[in-house]
Structures are given as C-alpha cells and as structure tokens.
Design a protein around this ligand. Structure first.
Ligand code: ATP
Length: 239
C-alpha cells in the first residue's frame, strides 16, 4: 500500500533521514523503532507531507504522492496521530472530533463519530468535556479518534505509549488492533519496543537517520540480542 523509495528528508538544509526504503502491506502494522533523534518522527512527517523531501519517492497505492500537499494526502486516506497528541485543549471532545473531519464532506460526520465512540466509549461519556481536562490516556484516545474522523486507510501513529500508564497503552493498542482487523493499515512509531513487537507485522529500525534493520516482527524477536544491538540497547555481559 505504501512504499518509501530511497527517501531523504529533513528541515531546510538539515537532512534528518537518509536514503530509507520500505514497503507497508495493506492491512498490516509496520513499526518504526530506534533511539531518540533516529528520524522516526521525520519519516512519519514526510509520509504525511509536513516536511521537506530532498530525494526519493513516496508511493501510495502505486501513485507517486511525494509532492502532494498534506491536505491532499488526507483525501487520499492518510491520517496522523501526532507525537504529544496536539489536541485543541480549549475545545471539547466533540469539537476536537469535528476538527478531525474538517477536510472532508460533513455528510458522514455522525457515522464517523459513532464509530469513534464505539471504539472509545469513554470519549462518548466525556464528549462535552474540554480536551485539556482529560487524562493522558483519554487524550491519546481522542487523538486517535480525531484522526479516525478523516476515515483513513493508512494511520500514522507517533509515540502512542509515551507518558501513558500500561493499562492505557493496552487499551489504545487493542483499539488499533481492532481497526487493523477491520482493514486499516498502520505505521507505528514506538519507544516501547516490546509492545511494538507484540503488535507489529514488520519492523524497521532507524539510527541517526539511517535504516539499520528491517524484517518481520517474528524475525526481530527471534534475533534477540542482535536486534537489541540495532536498537542501541546494551545487554549486560554474562557473569
Ligand atoms: P524522538 O524519539 O526523540 O522523537 P525521532 O527518532 O523521532 O526521535 P526525529 O524527531 O525525526 O527523531 O529527529 C531526527 C533528526 O532531525 C534529529 O537530529 C533532530 O534534531 C532533527 N530535527 C527534528 N525536528 C527538527 C526541526 N524542526 N528542525 C531541525 N531539525 C530537526
């Protein structure tokens, strides 16, 4: 569904990601892993159309979207759950969901809202509450819900588990797995490698903007300490 071909991207003259290539199959979960500053968010931002592309191609369903504007990519079925949620804290849950559907016709608004509330019943209970007054987990649910209002086929999720209690991480990941079963394709940036490997089909590890590992999640799990080395995790020496 999504193909990155020798992608180089960054911020003005600063290149954050060098020559990365991968394929994301329709209906799969693809995890982007790596230490801080590795280029994971930059890769997600490039797919969404938010940062400068210096070279290479982004192909969606066989069509080159490298130069398409972010708003056009929303129309093509890509939506983003950004790092740190980036909610409108002075707007209610309902109003944040309205913002998520902004680029699309209003006709399906009620259907989409019902879908979000069926996945996250807690958002329904809090629909008149200001987003800024929600707990961290509820805010993450709202960030996912807001992205779902664009009825994406490809969902980009940046740092889902950051700052959340394990129970909330499970709840949000369970929701993503339900959406995957319904056919959604997901690219997941995640610091929690173990949880990412639990839910992903394929993984790619970035380090200093370079792709250092790619394989199935099962292969990554089986390779154990080798995979840890790619992630920059030093395992204790055997005593
Ligand atoms: P983290 O887990 O810390 O978010 P990351 O793997 O997502 O890290 P990026 O945020 O993509 O990494 O950062 C990749 C590189 O791009 C880093 O060297 C970073 O300093 C640089 N960078 C990120 N945002 C900007 C920006 N707005 N302007 C200039 N350079 C940036």
């Amino acid at each position: 569904m999504l193909r990155l071909e020798n992608l180089n991207c960054g911020y003005g003259s600063v290149e954050a990601v060098h020559d990365i290539s991968f394929d994301v199959a329709a209906g799969s979960v693809f995890a982007l892993l790596g230490p801080n500053g590795a280029g994971k968010t930059s890769t997600i931002m490039a797919i969404m159309g938010h940062i400068d592309i210096h070279g290479g191609r982004i192909v969606l369903d066989g069509a080159d979207v490298t130069r398409r504007r972010a708003i056009d990519r929303v129309g093509l079925g890509i939506a983003l759950v950004p790092e740190g949620r980036q909610l409108f804290s002075d707007l209610t849950v309902d109003e944040n969901l309205t913002v998520g559907g902004y680029a699309l016709p209003l006709a399906r608004d009620a259907v989409k809202r019902d879908k979000v509330f069926s996945i996250f019943p807690r958002l329904f209970e809090r629909r008149t509450q200001l987003a800024g007054s929600l707990s961290g987990g509820e805010q993450q649910m709202l960030a996912i819900g807001r992205a779902l209002m664009a009825e994406p086929r490809l969902l980009l999720v940046d740092e889902l588990s950051l700052g959340l209690m394990p129970k909330m991480v499970d709840l949000c990941l369970d929701a993503l797995m339900q959406l995957k079963r319904e056919g959604l394709t997901i690219v997941l940036v995640e610091q929690n490698t173990a949880r990412a490997l639990d839910v992903a089909d394929h993984v790619c590890v970035l380090s200093s903007g370079i792709q250092v590992y790619q394989g199935t999640a099962a292969e990554a799990k089986a390779s154990g300490s080798m995979f840890a080395t790619f992630l920059g995790i030093n395992e204790p020496e055997p005593s």
